[in-house]
Design a protein around this ligand. Structure first.
Ligand code: GDP
Length: 395
């Protein structure tokens, strides 16, 4: 079996095991490193070639196939990560950061359960950091923190270890002040604050592909001082080997962000204002693969071969080829043609995908981004009002 086929088998196996799925977004102020982080996570998880990650190119990794060189459309990507207790499927949805795309951000945020908030260590929290945090909290999406561009603190600002730690403390405090200010429930606010000690904070260099967190340091014996010494000597490859970015960040994601079963239980009542005692409400709360379908479309893209592809989060039921479904606000039904999941940035067709996953389907000719798709009449997701952000001017 080729490497690609093996990966497809893995993804298929994991999509049925909801405890081993994480649906996440990476959010950041512009230029804080979201794209670089995403590319290197994908490369680290073996989903795109490491050499091309920096150039933001996707290379099909099947040995038998030719290099393709398609620019990554990072709207939806998935990766398999080998954690301490086995493999996990991590679905990453692009959450546009601009305030003027308020509706898009809300939609994308609704499809994920957790977020990695990237903050540039040199700049600290910026207006958009606050905005994306506010959007994720509003959608009940749990945050973790990645403090990026540590290499610059060492090599450009030449900070001492103490000064660097002070920087971290100040970024963490800023983020936590926002989190606690935005969450009304005191218990939840306490629980969702990010913390170096429990590993919900990681720090590193997305550019040079290394990172650390306290649990990773304890697990491996690597010290903060080791990191500084290697970075000072520009030994980035060596540092990457000892403290690979993808391992540290994806370990944090698995440990601290909820799986769909955990998340849907508390998220559905806050993101959907239909009757929770009706079947579809209960099925969504339980992420029931045997329930009626409740699918929210977050993105429509055009595939050269397959035509329009609607991607989104399946909260309940299982989506299968040939199913007839209703699209909210449109008379009649649409017939689902292909059903796909993501492997890296590539869509792979499967017969059936269960609740809790990010799914890509064709055949939904009447769907638009934001559509609610179901096998029954249901209250649509978009009926929830977007609480509009105050207009922030981005320099
Ligand atoms: P985005 O706008 O958040 O997607 O940011 P990008 O990933 O495009 O990064 C913005 C700029 O910061 C690019 O020039 C990157 O090469 C650079 N950058 C990203 N991460 C790091 C890092 O860890 N260290 C340094 N020195 N530069 C970085």
């Amino acid at each position: 079996m080729g490497r690609k086929e093996k990966m497809v088998q893995k993804v298929k196996r994991l999509m049925d095991n909801r405890e081993r799925i994480r649906n996440i977004g990476i959010v950041a102020h512009i230029d804080h490193g979201k794209t670089t982080l995403t590319d290197n996570l994908l490369a680290g998880a073996g989903m795109i070639s490491e050499e091309l990650a920096g150039e933001q190119l996707f290379m099909d990794f099947d040995e038998e196939e030719q290099e393709r060189g398609i620019t990554i459309d990072a709207a939806n990507v998935s990766m398999v990560h080998d954690f301490d207790d086995g493999e996990y499927l991590i679905n990453l949805i692009d959450t546009p950061g601009h305030v003027d795309f308020g509706g898009d951000v809300t939609r994308a945020m609704r499809a994920v359960d957790g977020a990695v908030v990237v903050v540039d260590a040199v700049e600290g929290c910026m207006p958009q950091t606050e905005t994306v945090l506010r959007q994720s909290i509003k959608e009940n999406v749990k945050p973790t923190l990645f403090i990026n561009k540590i290499d610059r603190l060492i090599n450009e600002l030449e900070l001492s270890a103490d000064e660097m730690q002070k920087k971290f403390v100040s970024v963490i405090k800023e983020v936590n002040d926002h989190i606690t200010g935005m969450i009304e429930d005191e218990e939840r606010a306490k629980e969702w604050k990010v913390n170096v000690n429990d590993g919900s904070v990681a720090f590193g260099s997305a550019l040079y592909n290394w990172a650390l967190s306290l649990p990773y340091m304890e697990q491996t014996g690597i010290t903060f001082n080791d990191l500084i010494q290697h970075a000072k000597k520009q030994e980035h490859v060596e540092l990457h080997k000892k403290a690979p970015l993808h391992r540290v960040v994806l370990n944090m994601v698995i440990r601290h962000l909820p799986n769909p079963l955990q998340a849907q239980e508390y998220r559905i009542p806050s993101i959907w204002d239909g009757d929770l005692t009706r079947d579809i409400g209960e099925d969504m709360i339980k992420a029931n693969p045997k329930g009626e379908n409740a699918f929210m479309v977050t993105d429509i893209s055009v595939d050269e071969h397959a035509g329009e592809v609607a991607t989104g989060r399946l909260f309940s039921g299982s989506i299968e080829e040939g199913m007839n479904v209703k699209i909210n606000g449109v008379p009649g039904k649409n017939r689902i043609q292909q059903v796909g999941i993501f492997m890296g940035p590539e869509r792979v067709n499967v017969n059936k995908v269960p609740a809790g996953n990010i799914v890509a389907v064709t055949g939904l000719k009447d769907a638009i981004a934001g559509s609610t798709v179901s096998t029954v009449e249901m209250t649509p997701f978009e009926s929830i009002k977007h609480i509009s952000e105050p207009v922030v001017t981005i320099a």
